[in-house]
Structures are given as C-alpha cells and as structure tokens.
Design a protein around this ligand. Structure first.
Ligand SMILES: CC(C)(COP(=O)(O)OP(=O)(O)OC[C@H]1O[C@@H](n2cnc3c(N)ncnc32)[C@H](O)[C@@H]1OP(=O)(O)O)[C@@H](O)C(=O)NCCC(=O)NCCS
Length: 174
C-alpha cells in the first residue's frame, strides 16, 4: 500500500492509456459487487468503457496516485426539468480502501459540481443496503439518509433494496 495515499491522490479526466490500471480494479469482483460497473475481463472492454462512457461523460474523473488510475468519482446532472439534481458515484481499488480517499475526492467532485453546474441544487446517491462503507462515506460528507427504496434495482443477479442519500447545495458539508 502506498504511504500517504490520501495526501497525494489527484483527480483528472480519463485517458485511453488508463485501460490497464482501470482493468485491475474493474476486474475485481470485490470492487464491482455493489457497483453498477460490470466486472470486466479484458483490456478491450476497459478501452470501450473509457472511450464510450467515461470520456464523453460530463464529469467522470480518474482518482490517481502518481498519475495512475486507482478508482473514479463522477456526478451526472439529469436532463430537462430534472437538471437540478445530479447522481454521484465512486469506485476505488481494494488495496486503497479505508484511508479516507473516496470521502476526500467525492467532496472535491461535489464542490466542482455545484460550481460548474449552477442549475444543480441536489446531489444524490443510491446505495445498496449492505454497502455500509459507501453509506459511511456519504454520511461523513454530510449527505442525509432520506429513504429506503425496497426492491428498487437488479444488480449482479439479485433484486436489491437501496438507500437514497441526498445533499443540497445549501446543506453544510462536514
Ligand atoms: C465504498 C468505497 C468507495 C469506500 O472508499 P474508501 O476510500 O475506502 O472510503 P473512506 O476510507 O473514505 O471511508 C470508508 C468508511 O466506511 C467505513 N467502513 C468500511 N467498511 C465498513 C463496514 N463493513 N461497515 C461499516 N463501516 C464500514 C470505514 O471505517 C470508513 O469510515 P470511518 O472513516 O468512520 O472509519 C470503497 O469501499 C469501494 O470502492 N467499494 C466498492 C465500490 C462501491 O461500493 N462503490 C459505491 C457504490 S454506491
């Protein structure tokens, strides 16, 4: 594990050349289990995901250490009348879990988001009920736990209950 990973991690847009590093964590079932991310098995899939999803996305940032991708954080403003809210998500390579990295970079992404998309007044995240680490991340940032959405989604072969979290632009960030 890198020392001082929290202090040296940075955010930048994805590049095709991140495919090998992306495949390391996107190919790990412990990482993808609670995420919408499909568990990847080839570099071609990694390149396709970066090219077709991450690069055209309005805000999809690679979490980097020494410029190498160890995860990602994104937010996606909705369209039309729903453009006032945005969905937040993140993933981190397992070897870096538990160092406060995602809490820190998600705060950075949210600050960027409220600045770059002034119409957005609400950030939200849907988290599987068993994903306690992700719930803790959101609570440490200042998100409020708003609702349980029963049998709301289907992921990795199972129907799941989700917890809905929300943070308004006027809420204090912790
Ligand atoms: C969820 C995830 C992003 C967290 O990243 P991280 O950098 O390890 O998060 P942080 O270190 O900032 O905070 C994690 C917190 O969860 C806590 N935590 C971890 N596992 C936990 C568990 N099983 N039960 C309760 N709390 C737990 C940690 O102790 C820490 O809280 P603390 O600072 O109060 O001690 C990371 O585990 C991950 O990538 N998981 C797989 C992908 C995923 O679930 N993405 C989110 C989909 S909604």
């Amino acid at each position: 594990m890198a020392t001082n990973s929290l202090e040296i991690c940075t955010l930048r847009p994805f590049r095709i050349s991140d495919a090998d590093d992306f495949l390391i964590y996107a190919g790990d079932e412990k990482v993808t289990r609670f995420s919408r991310l499909k568990t990847l098995t080839s570099k071609e899939e990694a390149i396709s995901q970066i090219q077709n999803v991450f690069i055209p996305h309005p805000y999809f940032r690679s979490i980097c250490i020494n410029d190498r991708s160890i995860g990602y954080v994104f937010f996606k403003p909705m369209s039309g009348d729903d453009k006032r809210r945005a969905e937040v998500g993140y993933v981190l390579a397992k070897e870096y879990w538990g160092q406060g990295i995602v809490t820190r970079v998600t705060k950075m992404a949210i600050c960027d988001g409220f600045k770059e998309f002034p119409d957005v007044v609400r950030m939200q995240a849907h988290v599987e009920v068993d994903n306690k680490a992700s719930q803790r991340v959101l609570e440490k940032i200042g998100f409020q736990r708003e609702a349980i959405l029963r049998k709301y989604t289907y992921n990795k072969g199972e129907i799941k209950d989700l917890v809905m979290y929300g943070l308004l632009s006027t809420d204090p960030m912790l």
